[in-house]
Design a protein around this ligand. Structure first.
Ligand SMILES: Cc1ncc(COP(=O)(O)O)c(C=O)c1O
Length: 454
């Protein structure tokens, strides 16, 4: 027996089998990837005002130091030799960002991905395209456009400015809130399409949010897009300002014609950058950036990559952001899943403490949850909701948006105010306990919104 080669099997740190022998040094075990640590996360966000409990990632997102310094490098590159930056760096850099996005969202081709400033700009691009269809006579005056009643205010104005003004008949889908199931949304959407098709009209456009802003609810987009296809809606635009990093964003699965998501909300980009996806099989060529410059006519992605002299650095850091999210277990998918799980847990903790309820079931929440506020706070108007938000900021250092839900006829003693809480990697359970205790204190002190002046 060759005792000196007496080998045996071990497991390495990743669970793979390794052979070791008594005479040879064991192979260096492979280390499992080391993910970002809690102190490292704290340091990445140490520029946040530490005196404020920020449970409102949904409004403006966040950007870690690593990305801020990458952005500054881009800015310096430009400032140090603008001609070189313009002729040799900018187009290449934006293409790299588009390639990262293409992969993340499972688009068929990089030409389908344009980078723009924000979801508001993306909406203007799509809706301006629709206005042209009316003015060229492809759509008839009186043809319908359908959008959710809870569509974002700025996007509603854009529909007003481009679609209604061009002759479109705009129908709002009334959605229930609180909402108990996705099927309630599907059924209201079907009703709106029926209305759209009445009187011989055609439904030319559907604007569907992926995650509504206020109140915040995940909309069953895949199902609604499918219904639009069955009903012959010409163009489907998904406004997913909160999409990437917050919900599942897969262009092939969703199947919309146009889809926009901000990257500065849940994907750690600096303000401001968004992508606009335009399905290649669609008439993408007819879409143009509203700011016309030298690249007009060269395709939306190229047009959008030069809309005059300005700071493009936020658009150039996307590859760096990918590196940042990959420091977390599971990358952006892992972050998204954990955010959802924790924010639901925190929402449930709050409603238990206040004796209220969530605005929708957990599966309809993203990384944001609507949490019912105690009735005794007397939230009876949008102005009350705003006053309470300011009061929480100024007196309890808690930053959280508040939603007013008007009671329906005959409803008494029901929750009329909801807080929209968010969770992002920098949040701690303590943030939500501070909010819980602030509200408990107000209830204890018999506070009502009528005591506040704006
Ligand atoms: C659903 C929705 N659409 C559009 C927007 C506009 O985003 P931005 O201001 O970045 O253009 C928002 C912002 O919160 C939103 O929630």
């Amino acid at each position: 027996m060759s005792s000196c080669h007496n080998s045996h099997t071990n497991m390495d740190i990743n669970g793979a089998e390794t052979k070791t022998s008594d005479t040879h040094l064991p192979k260096k075990p492979k280390l499992s990837p080391s993910f970002i640590s809690v102190p490292e996360i704290q340091s990445e966000f140490s520029h946040h005002d530490q005196s404020i409990v920020r449970i409102n990632n949904g409004s403006f997102g966040c950007c870690p130091s690593a990305v801020i310094s990458a952005q500054q490098n881009w800015q310096l590159k430009y400032l140090s030799q603008p001609d070189n930056f313009y002729f040799n760096e900018l187009k290449k850099g934006i293409l790299e960002s588009r390639l990262v996005i293409k992969k993340l969202i499972n688009a068929e081709h990089v030409d389908e991905v344009s980078i723009v400033d924000n979801a508001t700009t993306a909406a203007a691009i799509v809706l301006q395209g629709v206005a042209w269809e009316f003015s060229l006579g492809k759509f008839k005056k009186g043809d319908a456009a359908v959008m959710l009643h809870y569509a974002y205010g700025a996007v509603k104005k854009s529909v007003e400015a481009y679609v209604r003004r061009a002759g479109g008949y705009v129908i709002e889908v009334q959605l229930p809130f609180p909402v108990n199931s996705a099927s309630e949304i599907v059924s209201e959407f079907r009703k709106a399409l029926e209305r759209g098709k009445s009187n011989g009209r055609r439904v030319r456009l559907a604007v569907i949010d992926h995650v509504t802003s206020m109140p915040s609810v995940v909309i069953p987009v895949k199902e609604l897009v499918k219904i639009c296809r069955e009903e012959g809606v010409d163009k489907v635009f998904v406004d997913a300002a909160h999409g990437i990093g917050c919900v599942d964003v897969d262009m092939k699965e969703i199947g919309a014609d146009f889809y926009t998501s901000n990257l500065h909300k849940w994907f750690f980009c600096p303000p401001s950058v968004a992508f606009l996806y335009c399905r290649k099989s669609n008439e993408c060529e007819d879409l143009h950036h509203p700011v016309v410059s030298h690249e007009y006519g060269n395709g939306l992605a190229i047009e959008s990559a030069w809309i005059g002299t300005r700071d493009y650095s936020a658009q150039l850091v996307v590859p760096k952001v990918l590196q940042f999210v990959n420091r977390f277990e599971g990358g952006i998918e892992g972050i998204k899943k954990r955010n959802h799980k924790i924010v639901v847990e925190m929402g449930e903790m709050l409603v238990k403490a206040w004796g209220t309820h969530l605005g929708c079931p957990a599966e309809m929440c993203s990384s944001m949850v609507m949490v019912g506020l105690p009735v005794s706070l007397g939230i009876s108007s949008e102005s009350d909701a705003l006053k309470l938000r300011i009061h929480l900021r100024e007196n309890f250092s808690v930053e959280v948006p508040i939603y007013f839900r008007a009671p329906k006829d005959g409803e008494v003693n029901l929750v009329t105010g909801y807080a929209r809480i968010s969770h992002q990697v920098y949040n701690k359970p303590d943030d939500y306990y501070r909010f819980r205790d602030a509200i408990k204190q107000l209830v204890h002190d018999n506070f009502t919104c009528s005591l506040l002046l704006l």
